[in-house]
Design a protein around this ligand. Structure first.
Ligand code: HEC
Ligand code: HEC
Length: 353
């Protein structure tokens, strides 16, 4: 009996529930993904009842975990409750925690929808059933009343059962098709551009902090040499201090003394910048890290406050952290292309003619 109940299809095509759902309704497409026969309707009802019995037997409210990061009665939006409590079975939990990208067959998500006064209004469930509806990632949708009765909606004088391939659910959750139709949190590792930039910033801050620790552990003021030919508090220029004291580690020293032309990976130059009264103002460091920035001789640039905190600067209304590939440092030091971006003295033998 493959009898198609046309009126039912038309009614399902139109969202009964479309408040808050911005997506334009592509009626034809919706019809395709939600077209069901009476036979299918009967099967869906049976599946929904079995699902209800299963989740009651498992006592999900005791034995399942809540959605990671969501407490009981967190705030929800239309068309779900004002307050929500969402439980997930083990298969879903693992996917959420391990950011696996897509829920596996067997995954069940139970969202309890509460009124503002915390009385339970309904229970909406997504259950992934292999082969059930491949066009929309095999989700089985159902809305139960608090007593386990399958909820219904009236449309065109028809009573629609909200179980199975429910067009209203699919249409709105379809906004999240790239996230396996899930709203509550992303199932994938974030790889957005903003995320990348943020990660890069936190990585360079981490590198800067490690560099500061290294400088302190090596006790550079005691154990490193000053730049050959430069004493403590030699006179400096803008934008650095009025007085400078510059320390170099062994790798940098060797290049300066032996005129080896180019600093090797691992070279560190620490310049302390002093105010006219010889109070320390800041510490600027160049650290050569192989592969860090091949376009600009692999220098890692950083400006520390005397406390060791990485300094920042306001530029065009944005805060720029002065660590890593700092444009400002590179621009000015870039004038010294033929000297490995170094000002203080030539790294090459100066030929006398
Ligand atoms: C108009 C849009 C809309 C409709 C229609 C809709 N939902 Fe949702 N659903 C949401 C949003 C938004 C969330 C995230 C929780 C919140 O903020 O309310 C959500 C969350 C859920 C969750 C928790 C998993 C997730 O996606 O984050 C389940 C389960 C769920 N809905 C089931 C259903 C079922 C079943 C139906 C149909 C009976 C339905 N929804 C209809 C918008 C909708
Ligand atoms: C406007 C130009 C300019 C800018 C911007 C600049 N510097 Fe310098 N830097 C110099 C000059 C000139 C010297 C030589 C010392 C002096 O005369 O002050 C120098 C010296 C140094 C030295 C000692 C090694 C060398 O090149 O001689 C370090 C380390 C250093 N700067 C780090 C930095 C860092 C880190 C930044 C960015 C936070 C920066 N500088 C920004 C011009 C600049």
């Amino acid at each position: 009996m493959k009898l198609t109940f046309n009126l039912l299809i038309i009614a399902l095509v139109t969202s009964f529930f479309s408040i808050g759902c911005e997506r334009a309704k592509e009626a034809v497409e919706e019809k395709e993904i939600s077209e069901i026969t009476v036979e299918e309707g009967i099967i869906a009802e049976k599946m929904a009842n079995e699902l209800w019995n299963k989740i009651q037997n498992e006592k999900y409210w005791i034995n399942w975990k809540m959605w990671p990061g969501k407490e009981a009665f967190y705030k929800g939006k239309e068309p779900h409750g004002a307050l929500l409590t969402t439980y997930v079975n083990d298969a879903s939990l693992e996917t959420i925690i391990q950011k696996k990208g897509q829920m596996p067959p067997g995954a069940i998500i139970i969202e309890e929808n509460y009124m503002p006064d915390k009385t339970l209004d309904s229970i909406t469930v997504m259950h992934k059933v292999e082969g059930f509806n491949p066009k929309v990632n095999d989700w089985f949708w159902v809305k139960f009343g608090p007593d386990g009765k399958i909820a219904t909606a009236e449309k065109y004088g028809q009573t629609l059962m909200l179980a199975g391939k429910v067009a209203a659910c699919i249409e709105c959750h379809g906004e999240q098709s790239a996230n396996d139709y899930i709203f509550t949190s992303t199932l994938k590792e974030e790889v957005s551009e903003a995320g990348k930039v943020e990660k890069e910033i936190s990585d360079t801050e981490k590198m800067a902090n490690e560099l500061w620790d290294k400088m302190q552990n090596e006790n550079y003021r005691l154990n490193w040499k000053m730049w050959p030919g430069k004493e403590a508090f030699y006179e400096g220029k803008e934008p650095h201090g009025n007085y400078l004291t510059t320390y170099v580690n062994a790798a940098a020293l060797e290049v300066i003394v032996q005129k080896k032309e180019k600093m090797p990976p691992g070279a560190i130059i620490i310049k302390e910048n002093y105010l006219p009264d010889k109070n320390i103002d800041s510490i600027t460091v160049m650290y050569k890290i192989e592969g860090f920035d091949p376009d600009d001789f692999d220098w890692f640039w950083v400006k520390f406050a005397p406390s060791g905190k990485v300094m920042a600067e306001e530029k065009d209304g944005e805060t720029v952290t002065l660590a890593g590939k700092v444009a400002n440092c590179i621009e000015c030091h870039g004038k010294q292309t033929s000297n490995d971006y170094i000002f203080t003295s030539p790294l090459k033998l100066e030929h006398m003619y």
